[in-house]
Design a binder for this molecule. Sequence first.
Ligand code: NAD
Ligand code: MG
Length: 394
Amino acid sequence: MRRGVAVFGATGSIGRSTLAVLREHPDQFRLEVISAHANLERLNEILRVHQPRHVVITQSDQWKASQSLRAAFPAVVFHAGMEALNDLAAMPEVEIVVASIVGAAGLRSTLAAVRAGKQVLLANKEALVMAGTLVMAEAARTGAIILPVDSEHNAIFQCLPHAYRTGQTIPGLHQLILTCSGGPFRTLETQALQHVTPEMACQHPNWSMGAKISVDSATLMNKGLELIEACHLFAVAHTQIDVVVHPQSVVHSMVEFQDGSVLAQLGSADMRIPIAFSLGYPARLSIDAPRIQWQDLRTLEFESPRHEDFPAIELARASYAEGDDRPLVLNAANEIAVAAFLSGQIRFPEIMAITLECLNRLPRQPISVVDEMIVRDAEVRGLAKQLVEISVCS
Ligand code: NAD
Ligand code: MG
């Protein structure tokens, strides 16, 4: 029996890697649903190669523009708008949902897949940062299996006992060690960070990714978000998570047990590897990914992050420790600031300054239901946009 798969955010970087793995195993998987937002060109390419039964065009403005595309693929059922994802996630034909929409925009559809009790391949880390307690509680209630696609969390999951499920405590754990490439500016002087461009920030030394996560990797906010993600996925206190910079991105993360043993997962920096693990789970799929070339691998280095120049990890840690809406505020402010940096409105160090300012200006609030989260998220975005405007004028 082939397993039905839905890929939310199919036109993105994770979506592309997922479709590549699915294409290698047509005997095991059936593509039921994909979503595209604004990139109709890429959607067209996908439809020429894959045969999904349903396509959701999440950005309603694109519906009209997609008319000829829809006419060209009469066998496909097209849907307009984000809400369609929630119903399609719950279809009995869908067994696996790949949550790979970027940012807070992915929250509702990720939650819908969890509420429908699916096997959820989670790339959309922002959903856990905003609503980790709710998402994990819903998974426990419905029996949804959340498998981390993020390479670090996938590595940790692979180091845990076979019967381990995300959301459970880890027996005998001392600490989790998240590795971090250090990003493209790892060795750049403090002063030079003022002048880096979006193009420079998107040139990641080891990984090829979407623009938002590339900038997050340059500020190290990506590691901050991942720290929060790990707290939720593995039911650990933030004090049990250490971050170590490892410029080669070969060791994808580690688990240190109370007896001093450290387990690690290694592999090439290719997202098809954690995706294949999670699609095949609990079995292993064979895929055509690059292998580690041991003879070329002279050194594996480890060092501490430069927290003074890259305060994001500690800011995320403090937000998580404070609790309530702090991680949500951190995430929403960061999304707006990153978009402003990408469009050339603000400088690189202002991404963190704006995020910090939003945290300082908005008093801490408890939030527990999704509707409240969406309202708060919009409020933070409003403030962050004002701060961008002020910064542009100054
Ligand atoms: P991307 O920008 O390449 O793709 C994002 C996808 O989301 C696209 O399909 C886009 O159409 C869709 N999208 C964007 N805005 C949307 C909206 N408002 N509504 C609905 N859909 C929308 O990003 P990516 O690099 O593929 O990252 C996706 C997620 O996976 C992010 O949460 C990221 O943090 C996470 N992730 C990515 C990588 C990686 O290597 N790329 C690694 C780990 C985790
Ligand atoms: Mg990662």
